[in-house]
Design a protein around this ligand. Structure first.
Ligand SMILES: [Zn+2]
Ligand SMILES: [Zn+2]
Length: 268
């Protein structure tokens, strides 16, 4: 592994069974079962270990009627990452399924876009419709981290470490950022919720929770450009990620997969 390439992992922690009309603006004429999986991601390289997003815990799973499969701490430990020692967490956006478990990383600094904090604490939160995917305690926990000097703000594209950059995409949440990371197979883009399912990208469709539809669609072009190909984009909630990529090691099938390995469809 050269100095500026990284190992990249997706760690599944939760699941939600739902029908396809729930996943698209305008619904879906096929009305089939189309569940979502919930992930955090980990990037490991010479520059250090970076955890992308912090998931939600058992209490939030119950409150939101989601199925917690394995707490994120267990998933990270399964690949040798001790949450107590993690120094950098990149937060894609402040929705409840990306920014819970806020006491799990006591030593971490949190990387966040200016625009996301402004969005989550500003005028738009006066609207119940826009508040739906946010939890006030998650937002307050991040505000506390600001006052503790533990948040590093980014505005647009920024370098976190050599070969590791964040990119403001917006759209789904106003200050949403995706992560681009250099690997042995070239750049990989962890889209997070800039792209929920491969199908959104392939068919130019949009997930219903959206701040700005135009930014979502433009965002697909941006992540394609950053990734270089569809095979280098990792959607944020697609169960297919677990099929496309090999387990991090035997025993972790369906739980932790290796994203710096070639996806199955690229090998076919
Ligand atoms: Zn989201
Ligand atoms: Zn999400």
């Amino acid at each position: 592994m050269s100095d500026d390439t990284y190992e990249v992992y997706a760690v599944r922690y939760a699941h939600h069974d739902r029908r396809s009309p729930e996943n698209f603006i305008g619904g879906d004429p096929h009305d089939v079962l189309q569940p979502l999986d919930y992930y955090v991601w980990a990037i490991v390289g010479a520059a250090g270990t970076y955890v992308i997003d912090t998931g939600f815990d058992a209490a939030m799973a119950k409150r939101r009627n989601r199925e917690l499969l394995k707490p994120i701490g267990e998933g990270l430990k399964a690949i040798g990452i001790d949450p107590d020692k993690v120094e950098n967490v990149i937060v894609s956006h402040l929705h409840y399924d990306h920014t819970g478990n806020y006491d799990l990383f006591p030593r971490a600094r949190y990387h966040l876009q200016d625009g996301e904090m402004a969005y989550a604490t500003g005028r738009y939160m006066c609207h119940a419709h826009i508040r739906v995917p946010f939890e006030v305690d998650d937002v307050l926990a991040m505000v506390r981290k600001v006052f503790d000097g533990r948040v590093i703000f980014h505005d647009g594209a920024d370098e976190i470490a050599p070969g590791l950059t964040v990119h403001r995409i917006g759209g789904h949440s106003k200050g949403l950022q995706s992560v681009r990371v250099m690997t042995r197979r070239g750049p990989v883009v962890l889209a997070a919720d800039a792209l929920h399912l491969y199908q959104h990208l392939d068919e130019g469709r949009v997930f219903p929770i959206t701040y700005h539809v135009g930014e979502v669609l433009e965002g697909y072009q941006t992540i394609l450009r950053l990734a270089g190909s569809r095979h280098h984009i990792v959607p944020g909630h697609d169960p297919k990620v677990l099929v496309e990529y090999p387990p991090a090691r035997s025993g972790l099938e369906g739980w932790v997969v290796r994203l710096d390995a070639d996806p199955k469809t690229a090998r076919a």
